[in-house]
Design a binder for this molecule. Structure first.
Ligand SMILES: *Cc1c(COP(=O)(O)O)cnc(C)c1O
Length: 395
């Protein structure tokens, strides 16, 4: 067993033998790159000039007064392409270039990671193929169009449930055959090692900035740091610099969908059990026979049956806690942020806001909370308007 590939009992490299060397090469190239000041300079240069970093740590005054504690929003919604995903894509595609690859592939569910990868591929002149479930292609037409405008080919995956889980399996299978010239860009802190480590590194810019920004304003660390959890990339990036600061409470917020008691949810931490999916061992939603179950959330970006292995470890060691909020709670919080601050958040991010409201009840105006606003809500306006029109979200 390759010990370094594990976070406690989680993580690992559960892939076909033919991919083991590829993962080994990737790990070596990554470790070499992040120790090369030229590579990191280039990465930060693109984050500044292209992505638009650093993002503000915004004191949400009216929201704070409404909820009862100081709330700072880390504005990842202001990044180019509208969410945190681009931070990771820039890092991985620069690494692909450095390794001499000419093609990139990616999986996507809602299409957000597909759009970010197609964007990076255009920027760095790489051929780009995105695997997407047939069902998701129909549900996310606008993002399919965006990817095509950016020059990517979108491949429809027709197997299993025709969604993200199946698209990911297809991307891994394709990669095993094409790794010579192809780099697989994974969009969350999941997959076989070293992906969870790479994604954390490239998303840690979120907490490096936020920690310094909060220190400049408040002269100390925040009491609570919070983020929503799909696969766990914006949250691990938001937690990274605070994991070693024991006075800071770390809270990850999963989707409870229609309510965890209904079975229609995406709360892998609350109700999942350890198992293997997409090359890693972690908490997964599965039935008693170990078959992976479909996740449900009003937010397409939280609709993943698993969670990154480092989160599983942070949960089991007690360093971070994980909670979940329902579709309805998230939508109420979303509308509240629109009306109080003039910010339309992604439905994913609204899950963290909904829990912030609950958590703030135990806090005072002398304390503070930093919340990762992972993305903007433009992509969600149809879902939001259907919901507000009283159609709800039935699935
Ligand atoms: C994809 C996405 C998420 C969920 O993914 P993580 O890897 O858990 O961060 C959250 N928010 C937004 C805006 C997203 O696009």
């Amino acid at each position: 067993m390759n010990k370094k590939a594990y976070y406690g009992e989680f993580g690992g490299q559960y892939v076909a033998e033919s991919l083991m060397n590829t993962l080994e090469e990737l790990d070596a190239a990554f470790e070499d790159a992040i120790r090369d000041p030229k590579f990191m300079e280039q990465y930060h240069d693109y984050l500044r000039q292209y992505v638009g970093r650093e993002t503000p740590l915004y004191y949400a005054k009216r929201l704070s007064e409404a909820y009862g504690t100081k709330i700072y929003l880390k504005r990842e919604d202001l990044n180019h392409t509208g969410a945190h995903k681009i931070n990771n894509v820039i890092g991985q595609i620069l690494l692909a270039k450095r390794m001499g690859k000419t093609k990139v592939i990616a999986e996507t569910g809602a299409g957000q990671h597909g759009v970010a990868t197609a964007t990076g591929a255009a920027l760095f002149d790489m051929e780009c193929t995105v695997y997407m479930g047939k069902e998701d292609i129909e549900r996310q037409k606008l993002n399919v169009l965006r990817m095509e405008m950016l020059g990517a080919s979108v491949v429809s995956v027709e197997s299993g449930s025709n969604t993200l889980k199946d698209a990911t399996n297809e991307a891994i299978r394709t990669w095993a055959k094409t790794a010579e010239d192809t780099f697989y860009v994974i969009g969350s802190a999941v997959g076989p090692y070293p992906y969870p480590k790479m994604v954390k590194e490239f998303q840690s810019v979120i907490s490096r900035e936020a920690k310094r920004q909060h220190m400049e304003i408040e002269g100390r660390n925040p009491d609570v740091v919070m983020a929503c959890v799909g696969g766990g990339s914006n949250s691990i990036g938001m937690f990274a610099e605070f994991i070693g600061e024991p006075e800071v409470a770390l809270i990850g917020v999963e989707a409870a969908g229609l309510g965890i008691e209904t079975g229609k949810h995406a709360s892998a931490m609350a109700l999942g059990a350890p198992g293997v999916l997409h090359g890693m061992r972690s908490y997964l939603l599965q039935d008693e026979n170990g078959n992976v179950q479909l996740a449900h959330s009003i937010s397409a970006g939280l609709d993943y049956p698993g969670v990154g292995p480092e989160h599983a470890y942070l949960r089991d060691t007690g360093r971070a806690s994980y909670v979940s909020v329902t579709d309805a709670e998230a939508m109420d919080a979303l509308v509240e942020l629109c009306r109080l601050e003039g910010i339309i958040p992604a439905i994913e991010s609204a899950h963290a806001l909904a829990y912030a409201k609950k958590k703030a009840k135990e806090m005072t105006m002398e304390q503070s909370m930093v919340l990762c606003l992972s993305g903007r809500g433009d992509k969600d306006v149809n879902t939001i308007s259907d919901y507000l029109a009283g159609k709800g979200y039935l699935n």
